[in-house]
Design a protein around this ligand. Structure first.
Ligand code: NAP
Ligand code: GDD
Length: 360
């Protein structure tokens, strides 16, 4: 039996690790591209690499989206059926600090991959998935954003991903590559990068509970997002490439919550009562009731959330919510994990991580 071969860029990231697990279960041979780092950057995939049943099924290659030679070499050697381009400088806030680097990696990096497919003579064989994003909608032009909603990017990150979106379409039309964009809304998990807001909250609260930190500083808590679970979303990335033709799809839960709601639900899950007071940069949350036996490090009136100017962005995307009708109809998209299950999974994992930190 001939197994399908996939290359995943960004294998060490949140989505790369979940997709690798998903494809291996589907009997793919998976090749991940990881970049050289001076410290370990493979904690999300170590369990796959060490799993004996994936011996000769899971391979890692050093490469970088900015080094087109490395990409061509790997693609020529593997001759993949599918490439999933997850690699990116993916932090919107950081993209304001590193606009040039973000643009190089996210825009030119995507172009490098598409051109490598062509240069290796694989344009009629290799399918290409581009990790596009709801950030493209930025200053929203429609209440619910679908594939037809005009884009209005508001950060160097979003602008760089707009180039990647269009160059993917352009290579589809020019060279008939099966190249598709998945326009994914925010998706989270216990493997989410630690500086994205949901993970920052679940880590922050876990550390406060374990007495490792006293307070969590956040930026714009009134920002609204459509949050799903990364495990659900990577399955859709695969489905996008299994569709009968290359196309672009919005993947979203179609439910919207604020950052403040996410904080409230985390505390609710922990059975800790908080009260919000103040306004703007002076807004804060303090603890008003909790189980003293369960949480010996907490105190009544302890201020646990503060607002810090540092975490506001020069240009904010305030409000995103998807319209995923096309994916529901054509890809049978239905999210399995809701926000409360997501919060439970993330909180439980980070409470355990903090507990282990203390035991070390
Ligand atoms: P992530 O956790 O930040 O992972 C990004 C990956 O890209 C990491 O493996 C990183 O490697 C790698 N990378 C960065 N620069 C690279 C370069 N120059 N060459 C090769 N690899 C490089 O991101 P994610 O949350 O998994 O998201 C996956 C993709 O989907 C990203 O493109 C993101 O922009 C996009 N997206 C994400 C969401 C979301 O809500 N998560 C929504 C829409 C779109 P290191 O581990 O070495 O840093
Ligand atoms: N990171 C962060 N840290 N965000 C904060 C904070 C904070 O302390 N306080 C409030 N926020 C707000 C941000 O201003 C933003 O409005 C919202 O919380 C979500 O921020 P992030 O979790 O950093 O995600 P993002 O929406 O900017 O970007 C993510 O989702 C995009 C899809 O819409 C990233 O994964 C992107 O790569 C992805 O494309």
């Amino acid at each position: 039996m001939k197994f399908k071969k996939a290359i995943i860029t960004g294998i060490t990231g949140q989505d790369g690790s979940y997709l690798a697990e998903f494809l291996l279960k589907k009997k793919y041979i998976v090749h991940g591209i990881k970049r050289k780092s001076s410290s370990f950057n493979s904690s999300r995939i170590d369990h796959i690499y060490e799993n004996k049943s994936y011996k000769n099924k899971f391979f890692l290659h050093y490469g970088d989206l900015l080094d087109s030679n490395s990409l061509t070499k790997i693609i020529r050697k593997v001759s993949p059926d599918e490439i999933y381009n997850f690699a990116a400088q993916s932090h919107v806030g950081v993209s304001f600090e590193l606009p040039n680097y973000t643009s190089q990696v996210n825009s030119i990096g995507t172009l490098n991959l598409l051109q490598a497919i062509n240069d290796c003579g694989l344009s009629q064989k290799t399918k290409f998935y581009q990790a596009s994003t709801s950030e493209l909608y930025g200053e929203i032009q429609e209440k619910r954003q679908s594939e037809k909603t005009p884009f209005y990017p508001k950060s160097p990150y979003a602008t760089s991903k707009l180039f990647a979106y269009w160059i993917t379409k352009n290579y589809r039309e020019s060279y008939k590559i099966f190249a598709s964009n998945g326009i994914l809304f925010n998706h989270e998990s216990p493997r989410r990068g630690e500086t994205f807001v949901t993970r920052k909250i679940t880590i922050g609260l876990s550390r406060i509970i374990h007495g490792l930190e006293k307070c969590l500083n956040l930026g714009n808590i009134y920002s609204l997002r459509d949050w799903g679970h990364a495990r659900d979303y990577v399955e859709m990335c695969w489905k996008v490439l299994q569709f009968q033709k290359p196309d672009d799809f919005v993947i979203a839960t179609e439910k919207q919550y604020s950052v403040k709601f996410f904080v409230d639900q985390c505390f609710k899950y922990l059975k800790i009562k908080i009260r919000w007071s103040g306004k703007g940069l002076n807004e804060y949350a303090k603890i008003i009731d909790f189980d003293k036996k369960k949480y010996p490090n907490l105190k009544i009136n302890m201020v646990v959330i503060k607002i810090s100017k540092k975490y506001f962005r020069p240009n904010e995307v305030n409000n995103l919510i998807g319209n995923a009708n096309k994916a529901k109809k054509l890809l049978k998209w239905k999210p399995k994990i809701n926000i409360h299950q997501l919060i439970k999974e993330m909180m439980d994992a980070d409470l355990e991580n903090s507990r282990k930190l203390i035991l070390r």
